[in-house]
Design a binder for this molecule. Structure first.
Ligand code: ADP
Ligand code: MG
Length: 753
């Protein structure tokens, strides 16, 4: 051990104070002082990245080497063209998967799925089927078991879809997302991505609607490309690259914060004297201990074939970001869930806790998950790449127009896709991005769009088979030009859209389901309009131009390049009639509107009961989250903060009394003022706690059998009451003796690690 560390320890030891409440805080700081970066198994000199990458994935390469040619071809047809894999083939795949998994050291397998909790679920079974006649283990895994599972899943939220008598849910293999091996301390488990449905086929998960939405957008985008003359295209997929923000806190602090443990965010805590105003954390040099952690997460993720690429310090102290290379939407969704899991788990090994909550610490930035989104054809061509030739420009402009129309027409749905309690601290609060959905295009694209709307191209620039939209500026559309605006919730960033309102903790399945659904509808609409015109004799190119122009004109209001935080924009957006749905309870009802029901039903993404169930689950989720926070707030305030403040009050009072006894006639006005201030705040704290408690008691569900009324009650009554408790508690934090304060403070948690 280095002398440096010894010194630190000695120093820390001297600092260990008396028997006060804060001795645990001091002990935490001591523990952290002596921490070293954790050495993990990362050594790229022994195993290069390319050797490690995907080694725990049953990927195409493995399948090609393990499967008979015919079966492998059938698998490829399934993966690339959406064909069904028949039962015989599935048996062979299952067997290969089992052999591979066992050779890698797996004893168990699990269907891995995404119930409506927003997390992932797994129930492990061993490959063992019997002891066999000779008492020897027989390991088996059939196609039937691969394809379908029947977890007893009655405790997952179904939002009323599934009555308890038919509680059983079914998991079904999703061959488009590769199976992978999760390593744990004493063994390995084969994880098979699956969908989760009810007996009658209703989606009980987040994955099924996503897959359905991908089918819808594939169908409509392929149709559109064919219509535009791009006849070779067989399939269109969505590509997604989610940038993930998170906080890291040392576990010695974390374990002393019941609020972080139970609700994922600090329900108390005064703003630290130093916040992020120096902007010294963003892209700052990464601390050794954190870098060691990041590298181990990357190592684990490489094994799982998750292409993590970027790591850096984020804006807030103790905040970081990781970004992968984009992948197909389905796989990217699974990989983001895996990533969060690996980040959580690995943190434990490093004595850290990884927080994905949208707002763990008020007073500094929250965390989001920028959802980079585009579409690509089966050749890998990005449909949102502006391109250099007029033909591809036409395609680009049509797709761009479809997205603009989709986001404008369904702005409320886009907003609803990111609505939940945690994200309310970001959207609609004074932080990026606002709850008003708008699109940032950048100057050059805006100029182009305005040109089309104003009909600059009406002068018949049509030449031969191509349409010239006056896009000569496009090839010079440098990516940097379009990525300056960090305040926009939906920004075009060179060759993709970046949906920035997504919360850091949420699964990206739902936001992407909605994006895909609304863009599919827009492509459908535009293709239908174009077809109508060509059927009545209009030249295709003229028809495309007309439909693009009209569509842009009708949906122009959604475009905004300016500062989305400014009051001017809020006023302007209101004039334009853009919805500004500040909270979850304002945003969610969009899911119950007829237009939404029609949209989801038309493209087979969610039937009315499935959509209803999601609305119910989300409302319930909101109520439950706030309820837990309210309970915790009352609990911590009563049993930790109040006693500390009272103790301080007693000490000040005792001091005053004793001083007066000792020094006759002394004037202690100032100290009495101090005592008065503490006593009054303690009083107020107690009152506010009582108010919160009485509200919570009156919020019992039977008094509000209407779920929405219940949620409104939480929003308008319980949350303000909780905030009132916190306000006083945070004021007390700033006056009570530091040695008495029981909760680690922000100035410690965010800086000492
Ligand atoms: P920027 O830093 O300007 O946002 P990056 O190139 O770093 O741009 O990309 C950020 C994220 O966007 C990465 O996860 C990246 O893989 C993803 N991305 C890039 N191109 C696409 C695309 N065509 N579709 C979806 N995501 C993409
Ligand atoms: Mg970005």
């Amino acid at each position: 051990m280095s002398t440096m560390t010894e010194n630190k320890k000695a120093h820390a030891h001297r600092n260990n104070g008396g028997n006060t409440h804060s001795s645990s805080r001091r002990a935490a700081i001591q523990a952290i002082q002596s921490r070293e970066p954790v050495n993990a198994s990362v050594d790229y000199t022994r195993n290069t990245v390319s050797e490690i990458y995907g080694s725990n994935v049953f990927n195409r390469h493995i399948m090609r080497t393990m499967l008979p040619k015919q079966v492998y071809k059938a698998v490829l047809r399934c993966l690339d063209h959406g064909e069904r894999l028949d039962a015989n083939h599935a048996d062979i795949v299952a067997n290969a998967m089992k052999d591979w998994a066992i050779s890698k050291g797996c004893s168990h397998f699990t269907h891995w799925f995404m119930p409506m909790t927003g997390l992932t679920a797994e129930k492990h079974d061993s490959f063992l089927v019997s002891g066999g006649d000779e008492g020897l283990a027989i390991l088996e895994f059939s196609g039937k078991v691969l394809i379908q599972g029947e977890p007893d899943a009655s405790s997952f939220p179904s939002g009323g879809i599934r009555s308890t008598f038919e509680a059983r849910g079914y998991t079904g293999w999703d061959p488009t997302s590769p199976a992978f091996i999760m390593e744990s301390t004493n063994g390995k488990t084969l994880c098979i991505p699956t969908v989760f449905c009810s007996f009658s086929g209703q989606a009980l998960d987040k994955k099924t609607p996503l897959l359905r939405s991908l089918e819808a957008i594939n169908k409509q985008a392929t149709r559109m490309l064919h219509l535009l003359g791009n006849k070779d295209v067989k399939r269109v997929i969505c590509t997604v690259g989610p940038e993930q923000e998170y906080f890291l806190i040392d576990e010695a602090f974390y374990l002393q914060r019941p609020d972080l443990i139970n609700s994922g965010r600090a329900l108390f805590g005064a703003k630290p004297p130093k916040g992020q105003e120096m902007e010294d954390h963003y892209w700052g040099s990464i601390k050794e201990r954190v870098l060691a952690y990041m590298m181990e997460t990357e190592n684990e993720l490489y094994k799982l074939g998750v292409p993590v690429k970027t790591r850096h310090n984020e804006v807030a102290p103790a905040q970081f970001e990781v970004a992968p290379v984009f992948e197909s939407s389905n796989v990217a969704t699974d990989h983001n869930m895996v990533l969060m899991e690996v980040f959580r788990k690995t943190a434990l090994k490093h004595g850290l806790r990884c927080l994905f909550h949208e707002k763990p610490f008020s007073g500094v930035n929250g965390s989001g998950k920028h959802n980079n989104w585009s579409m690509a054809d089966d050749e890998g061509n990005n449909l949102l790449e502006p391109g250099k030739t007029p033909e591809s420009n036409t395609q680009f402009i049509v797709v761009l127009t479809a997205v603009i129309r989709a986001v404008n027409r369904y702005a409320k749905l886009v907003r609803a896709s990111v609505a939940f309690a945690g994200n309310d601290h970001r959207l609609g609060a004074n932080e990026a991005p606002p709850a008003i959905i708008s699109i940032f295009l950048g100057d050059k694209l805006t100029e182009l769009v305005q040109g089309i709307i104003k009909g600059k191209n009406d002068d018949g620039k049509l030449s031969g088979r191509t349409i010239d939209f006056g896009v000569s500026t496009l090839p010079s559309l440098a990516r940097d030009d379009s990525d300056r605006n960090r305040t926009s919730p939906f920004a075009f960033t060179g060759n993709k859209f970046e949906f920035r309102a997504v919360g850091s903790s949420q699964s990206i399945a739902w936001p992407n389901t909605i994006l895909n659904a609304i863009v599919a509808e827009s492509l459908d609409y535009m293709a239908t309009e174009i077809e109508k015109l060509t059927k009545s004799g209009t030249d295709l190119h003229k028809a495309v131009e007309q439909v693009v122009k009209e569509t842009l004109k009708q949906n122009e209001r959604i475009l905004f390049n300016g500062d989305n935080y400014s009051q001017d924009w809020h006023d302007e957006a209101e004039k334009r009639g853009l919805p500004n749905l500040k909270s979850t309870i304002e945003a969610l009802p969009a899911l119950t509107e007829d237009e939404s029901k029609k949209l989801f039903a038309k493209y087979g993404i969610l039937q009315e009961d499935e959509l209803d169930s999601r609305y119910n689950i989300m409302l319930e989720g909101f109520c439950k989250t706030i309820n837990v926070e309210a309970l915790l707030t009352a609990n911590i305030a009563t049993t930790m903060i109040l006693p500390a403040a009272l103790e301080y009050q007693t000490r000040v009072a005792t001091t005053i009394v004793q001083t007066k006894q000792a020094v006759s006639g002394i004037n202690l006005t100032s100290q009495e003022g101090m005592l008065r201030e503490v006593a009054e705040k303690v009083n107020k704290l107690r009152e506010n706690i009582e108010l919160l408690e009485s509200l919570r008691h009156s919020s019992k569900e039977d008094e509000h059998d209407d779920l929405y009324a219940h949620a409104k009650f939480y929003q308008h009554k319980v949350i303000p009451a909780m905030n009132d408790v916190r306000t006083i508690a945070d004021e007390l934090e700033l006056i009570v003796d530091d040695a008495l304060w029981p909760l680690p403070k922000f100035r410690e948690m965010l800086y000492i690690y």
